[in-house]
Design a protein around this ligand. Structure first.
Ligand code: ZN
Ligand code: ZN
Length: 373
């Protein structure tokens, strides 16, 4: 089968990391990702099905992997070589369309852990154990294949049937939307600031509809989407000033004296976390949804102002159910900006890495015309 394959290769990994200093496209050219003809993944056991991906999105975490900028934390919880792609709508052998819930939790591994038993499958303790190779999600595991190939295998517990009235473009937005739905569950205040206006940021704005959301967006397309999706205040780039005005805060250094009680950081960079700390109110909470890595951030204000910092990772099956509803009601299919065949993966990765400045949001691979074997 045809697939984009990510190999463990220390020299290539290092080259990608260097190249990423210039651009993601360069990184993809020299990095450990390549188009190949490989064997289809085998069904690992009972309850597993073959899925033929139709559309598969490119996520920020995929870009970090290709660039070689993701944390070494992931090394023991992925297995090589793997086919990336965890935002997937595909079809089963009988033609049923499904969205894959990618977390490779106990139900897929023949194991059992306390978190899974409590329904917190995103926090599964066995993602490196059981009868599957290590892999936190489909798209990071050597045994399952991923969305960037013409076949993957998924366990029944990972499959969500797509209603007939939902387009493939809508369905491919369900996974990132589920992340946003999960993150929104950590928000308990009416006033909230969202950092980031890419896919995750905009889906989070949609998931927080009904609250007083302040968001900053550099690019005009992002601003238009943020408004349409229900943000109360959409700032053209400077979140600090918008929050300062909205909360009548003073400024001391870069720090607001007041601020918003909850900040959702959908970027996960040094700059975004520093900004979150500057605009969160004393006693407030920062919800970290964007994938960070090793960051250097001054945490003095976190200590001095008793700010809470909490991670929000992935989703549960419940979040997926809610995400289907949100994708439909907020018409999130409109966030899919461009589709590419697998052969043009370098262009696709380049487009995804520069999505905002090119007026785009979600870039995905279109596998509907790929030959099957
Ligand atoms: Zn993702
Ligand atoms: Zn588990």
């Amino acid at each position: 089968m045809k697939a984009l394959v990510y190999e463990r290769s220390v020299p290539k990994y290092a080259a990608a990391k260097l190249a990423a200093l210039w651009s993601s496209a360069t990184a993809a050219r020299v990095g450990p990702l390549h188009l190949a003809d490989i064997d289809e993944p085998q069904l690992p056991g009972e309850g597993w099905r073959r899925v033929r991906p139709r559309l598969a999105g490119i996520c920020g975490s995929d870009l970090a992997t290709i660039d070689g900028t993701s944390s070494r934390y992931f090394e023991p919880i992925v297995s090589f070589p793997f086919v990336p792609g965890h935002e997937v709508v595909g079809e089963l052998d009988d033609g049923t369309r499904v969205v894959v819930e990618p977390v490779l939790k106990c139900a897929t591994r023949g194991t059992a852990c306390a978190q899974c038993s409590a329904g917190r499958t995103n926090l599964c303790e066995r993602i490196a154990f059981g009868h599957l190779s290590p892999g936190l999600q489909t798209g990071f595991c050597a045994d399952t294949g991923g969305g960037w190939g013409t076949t993957l295998v998924a366990h029944d517990s990972q499959l969500h049937r797509v209603p007939d009235d939902l387009s493939d473009e809508a369905a491919v937005m369900v996974e990132p939307t589920a992340c946003a739905v999960h993150a929104a569950r950590f928000v308990t205040t009416d006033d909230v600031a969202v950092i980031g206006a890419g896919t995750l940021g905009l889906c989070t704005v949609a998931a927080l509809r009904g609250r007083r959301v302040v968001v900053a967006a550099k690019h005009p397309e992002q601003r238009a989407f943020a408004r349409e999706l229900g943000a109360r205040v959409v700032a053209p780039g400077e979140l600090d000033r918008a929050v300062r005005t909205a909360t009548s805060s003073f400024v001391a250094g870069g720090q607001l004296t007041g601020g918003v009680p909850t900040v959702v950081d959908c970027v996960g960079s040094e700059a975004s976390l520093a900004q979150a700390l500057n605009i969160v109110a004393p006693g407030g909470t920062i919800v970290l949804v964007g994938m960070p890595g090793r960051l250097t951030v001054d945490l003095t204000s976190l200590w001095h102002r008793e700010v809470g910092l909490v991670g929000a990772y992935a989703y549960t099956a419940d979040d997926f159910g809610t995400a289907f509803d949100l994708v439909r009601s907020a018409r999130l299919d409109r966030l899919v900006s461009a589709l590419y065949p697998l052969e043009r993966f370098r262009e696709a990765v380049d487009h995804a890495a520069a999505a905002g400045s090119r007026g785009a949001v979600k870039i995905a691979f279109d596998l509907r015309k790929e030959k099957r074997r």
